[in-house]
Design a protein around this ligand. Structure first.
Ligand code: HEC
Length: 158
C-alpha cells in the first residue's frame, strides 16, 4: 500500500513538473522550444512587443481591449487567454511578426513589421513565449488549427 501511495505521489510530481508554467516546451511548426529558448523569446517580447501588447499580454487597452477608443480604432489586442491570438495558426502568427498586421488602419492601430529586427527563427522564439500565456485547452485548439492548415497546404502542393 505504502509503495502504491509513493508511486502515486511521484506520478503526481512528474505530471506537475510537466505542466509547470514557463516550461511547457512550446511547439511551433513541429519544432519544440525549451525553457532557455522561451526565455530568449520573452526578452524579445519585452523589448519589442510589450509596449503595445502589454508586459503580460494584457493588450494595449486592457479595460476594453475589443472596444474602439475615441479615435474609432482598436488597439493592440491581448495575447493572454482573454484575447484570440490562440485562434491563429503558427504560420499566421509568424507572419504577423515578419510582415506586420493587415487590419484596416481606419479601424485598428497599426501593427508594424519586424523582419529587419528579427529573423523567422527569432520570431518563432517570440511565439513560443506567447504560447506560454495560453491555457492548455487554448494550446490544444491552436495546435489543431495549425495541423489542419498544414494538411490543407500539403494537399494543394503538387
Ligand atoms: C506599435 C504597437 C505594436 C507593437 C510594438 C507590436 N504590435 Fe502586434 N499588433 C498591434 C496592433 C494594433 C494589432 C492589431 C492590428 C492588426 O492585426 O493588423 C496587432 C496584432 C498582432 C497579432 C495578431 C493578434 C491577434 O490576436 O489576432 C500578433 C500575433 C501580434 N500583433 C504580435 C506582435 C509581436 C510578437 C510583437 C513584437 C515583435 C508585436 N506584435 C508588436 C500593435 C503592435
Amino acid at each position: 500500500m505504502r509503495q502504491v501511495l509513493l508511486g502515486c505521489a511521484s506520478l503526481i510530481l512528474l505530471l506537475a513538473a510537466a505542466c509547470a508554467p514557463g516550461d511547457p516546451g512550446s511547439t511551433i511548426k513541429g519544432v519544440t522550444y525549451n525553457a532557455q529558448q522561451i526565455a530568449e523569446g520573452r526578452t524579445y517580447y519585452e523589448q519589442t512587443c510589450a509596449a503595445c501588447h502589454g508586459v503580460d499580454g494584457e493588450g494595449q487597452f486592457p479595460d476594453a481591449p475589443f472596444e474602439p477608443d475615441e479615435t474609432g480604432r482598436l488597439g493592440a489586442p491581448p495575447h493572454n487567454p482573454t484575447g484570440h491570438t490562440w485562434h491563429h495558426s503558427d504560420e499566421l502568427l509568424l507572419r504577423y511578426i515578419t510582415d506586420g498586421g493587415f487590419a484596416d488602419p481606419a479601424n485598428f492601430y497599426i501593427m508594424p513589421r519586424w523582419d529587419s529586427l528579427y529573423t523567422r527563427d527569432q520570431a518563432a522564439l517570440i511565439i513560443a513565449y506567447i504560447k506560454t500565456m495560453w491555457t492548455e485547452e487554448q494550446r490544444i485548439y491552436q495546435q489543431r488549427v495549425t495541423n489542419e492548415e498544414e494538411a490543407l497546404v500539403a494537399q494543394t502542393q503538387p
